[in-house]
Design a protein around this ligand. Structure first.
Ligand code: SF4
Length: 366
């Protein structure tokens, strides 16, 4: 297959779905780790087409959703300062913290701007030399290289008015944390293809050995998702937990060395608080001490956040596969995309928004 249409071809999808259904002898519980995969499964009707034979649950792979409310509070607090221009991606502005969202803070007068890349925030700092420009950074290893590059550019330009409010997290430790939950029932995992493009996937061998579950590196188009599920089911049915790459057009075993070097130059691995867990060992990236001048927490003297509860929002349970979004009592009544109570209903990768938009019986669609 060469073109994106090939990966969405309805005839191919129906044939592949039928092949997959033939393989299944029991209702395996498979977790897709990435929010993009969750949306793909639901948007294209694959989860609905398989719900009678497979239990598909959705993991902690939406970067907006796993960002603790306390991090939003830090951004809202910083944005109150008259000398600060807070910048971030559009999704992050709508995520509620305990003091409301950044969008609400903007309505109250804070200078908060949407940018399309961290490099745009660096350019803004060049232009607004009298102001302190902060980029509110979230995301996994797939986005960390671009924020790392922004810091290195700012250093090269000698900027003293650019800093990062960094909240980067790591996928594999989160998958480990899910597997170690006492009530865990996951039997197979689809690893996030885009993150593996950066990190590679060799490190998942130890994961497979430890937990004895298959891990299949999977992409995002409907045929990619079906290929990942099919391989995962084959490995489960054969009783051979193995690591497999079903996204070889993008992912190499060793990953992208240049991107990995950027991450290592700017961040170090740390144990951090996560939604759904108190904290995850080695689950995050914090800025290196030698770059503290570009760390907004250091520059503005913010205390390290302590995680508190998310109130009635069950996002922690959703992201660890304990419940499906529709089992949250607030789903679709108190909590909707127009009036989100939690981040998974806001984000374009959130499980709750995917269920709200797509979780109804539909034909497989392209
Ligand atoms: S439906 Fe809303 S309140 Fe419930 S878990 Fe999802 S985001 Fe949280």
């Amino acid at each position: 297959m060469k073109f994106v249409d090939d990966y969405r071809d309805p005839t191919r999808l129906k044939i592949q779905l039928a092949e997959l259904r033939k393989l299944i002898t029991r209702r395996w519980v498979i977790m897709d780790v990435c929010g993009g995969q969750t949306h793909g499964l639901l948007r294209h009707g694959l989860e609905q087409a398989l719900e009678d034979v497979l239990d598909l649950v959705h993991g902690p792979g939406c970067p907006v959703c796993v960002t603790p409310a306390e991090a939003i509070d830090d951004a809202v607090e910083l944005a109150k300062r008259p000398e600060v221009i807070m910048t971030s991606f559009g999704d992050m502005l709508r995520v509620p913290g305990r003091q409301g969202s950044l969008l609400q803070a903007r309505a109250r007068g804070s200078d908060i701007r949407i940018v399309y890349s961290p490099a745009d925030a660096v350019q803004l700092a060049v232009k607004e030399s009298e102001m302190q420009v902060v980029f509110f950074a979230v995301g996994f290893e797939s986005t960390a290289p671009s924020t790392a590059l922004a810091v290195l550019q700012a250093r090269q330009l000698g900027l003293t008015n650019f800093s990062l409010l960094a909240n980067h997290v790591r996928v594999e430790p989160a998958m480990r944390a899910v597997m170690q939950l006492p009530e865990n029932r996951i039997q197979g995992m689809l690893a996030a293809g885009h993150v593996c493009t950066v990190t590679g996937f060799a490190h998942y061998s130890a994961f497979v050995d430890q937990f004895q579950v298959p891990v299949v590196v999977t992409g995002f188009e409907p045929m990619d998702l079906l290929a990942g599920l099919t391989r995962c089911v084959q490995l489960l049915e054969s009783g051979e937990p193995q690591l497999f790459n079903e996204y070889s057009r993008s992912v190499r075993s060793e990953g992208n060395k240049h991107a990995q070097r950027l991450i290592e130059d700017v961040y170090c691995v740390a144990t951090v608080p996560w939604r759904g867990f108190r904290e995850i060992i080695d689950g995050g990236l914090v800025m290196r001490p030698e770059l503290r001048d570009f760390d907004a927490r250091n520059r503005f003297g913010l205390a390290a956040s302590l995680l508190s509860s998310d109130g009635d929002c069950r996002s922690g349970d959703v992201m660890t596969g304990r419940i499906k979004p529709i089992e949250c009592p607030l789903f679709g009544n108190t909590c909707t995309p127009d009036n989100p109570v939690g981040a998974p209903m806001v984000s374009s990768e959130g499980s709750c928004s995917a269920y709200y938009r797509y979780a109804r019986p539909i034909e497989v669609r392209t």
